[in-house]
Design a protein around this ligand. Sequence first.
Ligand SMILES: [Fe+2]
Length: 139
Amino acid sequence: MAVFSEEFSNGIPFMDNSAKRFITELNKLSDAMKNGEGRQYVIFALDFLKDFCETQLAFENKVMLQYYFYDNPNHIKMHEEFRESVIDIIKRYDEFGADHGMPLNVQRMMSSWLARHIGKQDKVLGDYIRVKLTKKEKA
Ligand SMILES: [Fe+2]
């Protein structure tokens, strides 16, 4: 089970709250899989991911632009690639339903995003925004 901790926190409330929700949704999928209900449940995880891309990642993109984040293009590209992989799986679900491997694929995709993006790239962005906010307070 994934747990929200320092590892996934960057001190920016809208991002920390989103990371917590992401972990909760990943754990719900993992629990369903443990109970042998992964194929029935996976659509709920996909619904969450679609909304996550459309609201959270889109908002993060706006914030990055607003603060002139130096790694903007690269970070936005990572969001876009994630969104595309979510859309691909949803298309597959709509066409063929959930096959045996789909819950595990989605679980892996979420775990990897949590470790590699939320736990790393978003921390870099969080550090940058925090510095900007501190400078603003001093000015
Ligand atoms: Fe991000």
